[in-house]
Design a protein around this ligand. Structure first.
Ligand code: GAL
Length: 347
């Protein structure tokens, strides 16, 4: 009786042990488990990009391959994000996609990924080159920031050339800038390149002020209200680093009941659902499309290729490990195509 019991226990242990081991090896074969963490769920563009990414991953789910994603948002805390990366690794993710809270401090995340030998794709918030060089299994997917500033400048130059912007007729355009986060590559470079482009196009500019509003609509409304308080109807042009802040600026003018004749023209970047609608309605004079569908597609393609080892050749890298998806100009003429394109995405 005792012997039989012992045998049963021993067999049980053996079986349990075997299936435990078997499970890990067969389980991960043919499985792409993507661990995603992004800096803040209050960010409109990031929310839309993550939705696109989930859809793009879904498209890789075929009979042979099972693709799953675990998505976390870090609520603006680097510490939370580091813990999430640990959790995603422990949960068995075999590729990581990280939208850094602090783009200047990715070392802990790189160390964790390297120790577990899990490829690491940074997206949208670009680490500095030095950090990208820490480990050869790090990649970056984003968009060329300079181009977005250039395109915003070209759109604005066209509208200025058409007339009506220089309301006081002094031959110069009095402008203000709404900037994203202070140390974000897209904020710094967009601001610089939009101004350079306008100057290159021969537009005489007079900068009245700039304010940082961290990509956020409510903050931008606040800052714009302060600037209106100071400059009244002198402001002829509002250049915003993104659509949400451009909308915040429009909100400020609406709240003060400014008429069309006394308002500046507004330009954004992103082409979010709200931004595109605002271009259609004429609230924004133009925006620059931050191509979330294409960024999501290439990120999904890269995630799958890094895990399966197949398909890397088909990806067009710059500097071996960077992918930059081009921006596109949006104005009233072509905005409908972008609205249709965004709506065509499956929910
Ligand atoms: C930018 C985008 C902003 C914001 C930011 C977050 O590319 O234009 O709206 O989402 O990324 O990192």
């Amino acid at each position: 009786m005792k012997k039989t019991l012992l045998m049963i226990i021993l067999c049980g242990m053996l079986l349990f042990g075997l299936s435990g081991c078997g499970e890990t090896s067969t389980d991960t074969a043919g499985k792409v488990q993507v661990g995603v963490t992004y800096y803040n769920q209050t960010d409109t563009f990031l929310g839309e990009l993550i939705d696109c990414f989930k859809n793009s991953l879904e498209e890789h789910n075929t009979g042979e391959l099972e693709v799953t994603a675990m998505v976390r948002e870090a609520a603006g805390s680097e510490k939370t994000q580091n813990e999430q990366v640990r959790e995603l690794i422990d949960a068995g993710c075999n590729v990581l996609c990280v939208n850094l809270v602090d783009r200047a401090d990715p070392s802990e995340i790189i160390d964790m990924a390297r120790e577990s030998d899990i490829p690491l794709i940074f997206f949208n918030r670009e680490p500095v080159e030095e950090d990208m060089l820490q480990w050869e299994q790090t990649y970056y997917v984003g968009a060329p920031a300079r181009q977005s500033g250039q395109m915003q400048g070209e759109l604005a130059a066209d509208v200025i050339r058409d007339g009506g912007v220089d309301r006081n007729g002094d031959g110069r355009i009095q402008y203000v800038i709404l900037e994203g986060e202070a140390d974000h590559q897209d904020a710094i470079i967009r601001t610089e390149s939009v101004v350079n482009t306008l100057q290159e196009k021969g537009v005489e500019l007079e900068k009245l002020d700039y304010q940082i509003a961290n990509w956020n609509r409510a903050q931008a409304q606040n800052r714009m209200r302060q600037m209106i308080g100071q400059f009244h109807d002198e402001i002829e042009l509002v250049l915003s680093n993104n659509d949400d802040m451009a909308m915040g600026a429009v909100d400020a003018y609406n709240a003060l009941n400014y008429t069309e004749e006394n308002r500046p023209v507004f330009f954004g970047v992103d082409g979010t659902a709200v931004g595109l609608q605002a271009v259609k309605d004429g609230d924004l004079a133009g925006t620059v499309y931050n191509d979330k569908e294409a960024q999501a597609n290439v990120m999904a393609q890269l995630s799958v290729a890094l895990v399966t080892g197949e398909g890397l050749d088909a990806i067009a890298f710059e500097n071996e490990r960077y992918i930059y998806v081009p921006y596109l100009k949006v104005d009233q003429e072509n905005v409908d195509t972008f609205i249709e394109r965004s709506e065509a995405r499956p929910e």
